[in-house]
Design a binder for this molecule. Structure first.
Ligand code: NAP
Length: 311
């Protein structure tokens, strides 16, 4: 029987956006415990261009050529051994392991454990935008940040995908005081939350005595952040490790964390967004073939919102 093919975006060598090539590849076959998904949409995340540029090579070994992308929505078209065929035809959302990505494609394989059903009221593009930023935000606020009632929380890069979801999740903690650090140009993209204090000047006096700072920016912002945390508070970044010595001096718990898969959290995330309890607006949908343009827009900062590729 002739081999079936699909189109996918491939990284054959690490480099700039120009290395992203649309190619014909054999359709992936699901192994035991896996599903093959006909991809409708895949989310574009900053980690995708970090992977493409080769910045993750020290942390994990990827074999090239590689199809990037961890977040997708689509319908199940084949099941591997041990997977209930009742999954066939279901609309799903998947969060692929960064060590085994493959979402920038017309078809992708995912372990059943990393797949949840997509509620009909959530569009495929909206759903594909969610897994990486949503799980990251949930874990930042809850397990890593341990945000509790009465705490003061500052989120940097608060208008971004992770930051805006973190604020919405934090807003459910009773009596938490929420502060958003954003560039002036991003102010209008913040979630509308009652009582949110918006700061766009890193010298602002309000930047003090935080119980928790969640950093989604890194660099100069993260370098200043230890000064904004109260003694005994926490500074958690998803971009790079905070200055451990500075944090120790100030008795601040410092952490750099990576998102982990959690199927209960993925299910809660898609339900919460389907019912508009939390929102992550999709700014731009582009065809899969325009992955390089999406990376250029994301890396340059001109994207100004969440991007999704349509397969
Ligand atoms: N460790 C992990 O597991 C993990 C998981 C998810 C994400 N991340 C990382 O977290 C970061 C945020 O991800 P994301 O998906 O939220 O990206 P995003 O949607 O692009 O958001 C980033 C936000 O940071 C803002 N920003 C960038 N530079 C800034 C600066 N110098 N000062 C103030 N704000 C600045 C951007 O503002 P503008 O909108 O004005 O450009 C944007 O709102 C990325 O570095 C990503 O790789 C890590």
């Amino acid at each position: 029987m002739a081999e079936s093919h699909m189109q996918a975006i491939v990284i054959a060598a690490f480099g700039g956006p120009e290395v992203l090539e649309l190619r014909d590849l054999p359709q992936p076959e699901p192994g035991p415990g896996e599903l093959r998904i006909r991809v409708a949409a895949c989310g574009v995340n900053p980690v995708d261009w970090k992977l493409r540029a080769g910045w993750l090579s020290a942390a994990m070994s990827h074999t090239l050529p590689l199809v990037p992308g961890c977040d997708l929505a689509g319908s199940v078209e084949a099941t591997g051994e041990g997977v209930d065929p009742a999954w066939l035809g279901r609309e799903v959302v998947a969060f692929l392991d960064l060590a085994h990505p493959g979402a920038y494609a017309q078809q992708a394989v995912a372990p059943l454990a990393r797949v949840v059903e997509r509620p009909a009221r959530l569009e495929a593009a909206e759903a594909a935008a969610l897994p990486t930023p949503g799980l990251t935000a949930m874990q930042l606020v809850r397990s890593h940040g341990r945000l509790a009632s009465g705490h003061r929380l500052l989120v940097t890069g608060a208008a971004g995908a992770v930051g805006s979801l973190a604020l919405q999740i934090a807003a459910e903690v009773p009596d938490a005081a929420l502060f958003a650090l954003v560039r002036e140009s991003a102010r209008q993209r913040l979630p509308k939350l009652p009582g949110l204090t918006v700061i766009s000047d890193m010298q602002a006096a309000a930047l003090a005595d935080m119980d928790l700072v969640i950093d989604c920016v890194g660099g100069e912002v993260l370098a200043r952040a230890p000064d904004w945390v109260a003694r005994g508070g926490a500074l958690i970044s998803v971009v790079m490790p905070p200055d451990e010595a500075r944090c120790q001096e100030r008795a601040v718990r410092a952490g750099f964390v990576m998102v982990e898969h959690d199927s209960a959290q993925l299910a809660e995330l898609v339900q919460a967004c389907a019912h508009e309890r939390w929102r992550l607006p999709v700014k731009r949908c582009l065809p899969l073939a325009e992955a390089a343009a999406a990376h250029r827009a994301g890396e340059s900062g001109e994207a100004q919102g969440k991007m999704v590729l349509l397969a």
